[in-house]
Ligand binder design. Structure first.
Ligand SMILES: NC(=O)C1=CN([C@@H]2O[C@H](COP(=O)(O)OP(=O)(O)OC[C@H]3O[C@@H](n4cnc5c(N)ncnc54)[C@H](OP(=O)(O)O)[C@@H]3O)[C@@H](O)[C@H]2O)C=CC1
Ligand SMILES: O=C(CO)COP(=O)(O)O
Length: 306
């Protein structure tokens, strides 16, 4: 039997998920900020709430729904990033506002446009509650979207957030025409930076090499369908942040996530050189080629991750 699913946030990703599951025979309803109205009313009499708003929308939405969430209604969080104000992932914010909500995270190499075209993809459903993850895996899979489970929501989110920063850097590298060696080196050292954050936040290293980590990094760092990658190539052309954001005209999570991650890194004493150069570039402190040069000239070290 089909589920009654409410999608909160009908942007590119929310819209794609809506169409995907509607085709599977589920009953879909949605709410988006541009509709106005009360999101809580869209949650009445449904079996699952899927949240696909940008990271900036998570905290205000959580605040607005606090104390008004239907008891026992599971929430599937699909936002990828680290919130700049709280330095939290989406599920950490949801836990703050809705402490008792049954919570799962969806993340993986899922460029919306490819899924809309009916191309095959895989993704991971992550929850501290293995029963919830397995139930959603069974109910939400489609012939074109193969779902796996894991029990590492924080690692899954850390990987999904940080890959956007590295995909942005990959767009810069390709935009500057630095070649395959540079790109491969950047992705490897980028993966090492993702590992630092993931492990420090309590995530599991298997997640790093799974769909939400390496999988999503490969998809977004190699596709011009990725807004983060395209944003990076615009920086390489010499655009500043606001011009590049204006040209893309949709959510680009990498810049805010890079700033939030660097704030965490400064607080916790992590070394994240690529992320730090992205933030300096965004601030207009240096040009893209100079950022690369400085990365190449850092003190030599062993390859170890942390
Ligand atoms: N596009 C993709 O391929 C994928 C995206 N994601 C993630 O999904 C999230 C959404 O991305 P995507 O749909 O592509 O982005 P879009 O820019 O297409 O849409 C953004 C969505 O967020 C909503 N939103 C923004 N700010 C607020 C706010 N303050 N309060 C409430 N809602 C808000 C928008 O509402 P409205 O337009 O109604 O104002 C819209 O529904 C991001 O975290 C992204 O990383 C994950 C996997 C794939
Ligand atoms: O997360 C995504 C694909 O998995 C979407 O990437 P962009 O936000 O860079 O378009």
């Amino acid at each position: 039997m089909g589920l009654r699913i409410t999608v909160l946030g009908r942007g590119a990703w929310g819209g794609t998920l809506l169409r995907l599951w509607e085709r599977q025979g589920h009953q879909l309803r949605s709410w988006s900020r541009r509709d106005g109205g009360d999101p809580a009313s869209a949650l009445q009499d449904c079996d699952l709430a899927v949240v696909a708003v940008s990271m900036v929308g998570v905290a205000p939405l959580g605040l607005g729904l606090q104390g008004r969430w239907p008891e026992g209604l599971p929430l599937l969080s699909c936002s990828k990033g680290i919130d700049l104000d709280s330095l939290c992932t989406a599920s950490q914010l949801w836990r703050r506002h809705l402490p008792a909500v049954p919570l799962a995270v969806l993340s993986g190499p899922n460029l919306a446009e490819e899924l809309d075209r009916g191309l095959p993809a895989a993704s991971v459903l992550s929850s501290d509650d293995p029963g919830l993850a397995r139930r959603l895996q069974e109910q939400l899979r489609t012939p074109h979207l193969r779902l796996y489970t894991n029990a590492d929501p924080i690692g899954t989110e850390a990987a999904g957030a940080l890959k956007n920063v590295i995909a942005l850097a990959a767009g810069i590298s390709d935009g500057l025409g630095l070649g395959a060696n540079a790109k491969a080196s950047l992705l490897c050292r980028g993966l090492a930076e993702i590992a630092v954050v993931l492990q420090a936040l309590g995530g599991q290293s298997t997640t790093l090499y799974g769909l939400a980590g390496l999988g999503d990094l490969l998809a977004t760092a190699n596709s011009s369908l990725s807004r983060n990658y395209r944003f990076g190539s615009l920086l390489a052309e010499g655009c500043d942040e606001s011009t590049a954001l204006g040209r893309i005209g949709a959510t680009v999570e990498g810049p805010r996530t890079a700033r939030a991650t660097l704030a965490l890194a400064e607080r916790e004493g992590w070394q994240l050189p690529i992320c730090a150069q992205v933030v300096r570039l965004l601030a207009g402190e240096l040009e893209a080629r100079q950022a690369v040069q400085e990365l190449m000239q850092r003190d030599l070290r062993a390859e170890a991750v942390a």
